[in-house]
Design a protein around this ligand. Structure first.
Ligand code: NAD
Length: 250
């Protein structure tokens, strides 16, 4: 029960990694605000938490809509008390070849993946500052924010932006006792049915397999827990070694 008595908000928690983070944080004793642009999916995650004996509420909220996010945060604070942990996970993973990429596509990806992390992070941080008991903000980055990837001009740029935003938030929020870090998933198995890992990816990855959403949640849990008391502005890559691998043979 490493998050006993804490209130946590997870965006994009209706599916995949966000859902796994919400379920794990609840198992560790947190009261969880589950938000997602897909309200039914958010409801399923919150219901799964409640069915397992945990505490959760769901709200439909697009991370681009700060009013909807604040409405959800108001409800959680009224029910659970002040916010302690913000996980900004929601993103689109849409890809398009660079030469064909439209300005509308580019803006859409940046608006959800980067501006969304800014808007939600600012709304959460303002509440944490007001309550005066510090907090944790965990932004979900990606291996694509570290190196280039085909079709990922907008996605990769958004995730590189998330990493830099994490560093600046860490600097500016430190005086308020708020630690800001990112977790950087590598290829993680969220598809149903599961897809095989591309051989070209496996060839560059020491662990040579997909990560499971629960393994990303475990890394996020460390960043949210009291064990993480002297770490801020970092990216914890949970990626099977993908971003650190160089020469893999010989
Ligand atoms: N799965 C991977 O291989 C992988 C790898 C690296 C990074 N990531 C990152 O992990 C995070 C979660 O990815 P995932 O694989 O679980 O994705 P997913 O597509 O399975 O789930 C994303 C969730 O976010 C929600 N969402 C999308 N747009 C939203 C918006 N505008 N506002 C609110 N909610 C929104 C979706 O409805 C969905 O429930 C993302 O930030 C993604 O970039 C994933």
């Amino acid at each position: 029960m490493r998050l006993n008595g804490k209130t946590a908000h997870v965006t994009g928690a209706g599916a995949g990694i966000g859902r796994a983070i919400a379920l794990r944080f609840a198992r560790e004793g947190a009261r969880v605000l589950v938000t997602d642009v897909d309200g039914d999916a958010a409801g399923r995650t919150a219901e799964a938490i409640r069915a397992a004996g945990g505490i959760a509420m769901e709200h439909t909220a697009d991370v681009r809509d700060v009013n909807a996010i604040n409405t959800a945060l108001d409800a959680a604070e009224a029910a659970y008390g002040g916010l302690d942990i913000q996980v900004s996970n929601a993103a689109t993973k849409a890809r398009q070849p660079f030469l064909d990429m439209t300005p509308a596509f580019w803006r859409d990806v940046l608006e959800i993946n980067l501006t969304g992390v800014f808007l939600v992070g600012q709304a959460a941080a303002r509440r944490m500052v007001k309550h005066g008991r510090g907090g944790r903000i965990i932004n979900v980055a990606s291996n694509s924010g570290i190196f280039g990837g085909r079709g990922r001009a907008a996605y990769g740029a958004s995730k590189a932006g998330v990493i830099n935003l994490t560093q600046t938030m860490a600097i500016e929020l430190a005086e308020h006792g708020i630690l800001v870090n990112a977790v950087g998933p590598g290829p993680t198995q969220v598809d149903d049915p599961p897809q095989p890992l591309m051989p070209s990816v496996a060839a560059r990855m020491p662990l040579k397999r997909f990560g499971q959403p629960e393994e990303i949640a475990a890394a996020a849990l460390f960043l949210a827990s009291d064990d993480c008391s002297f770490v801020t502005g970092q990216v914890l890559m949970a990626d099977g070694g993908f971003t650190t691998a160089g020469i893999m043979e010989g």
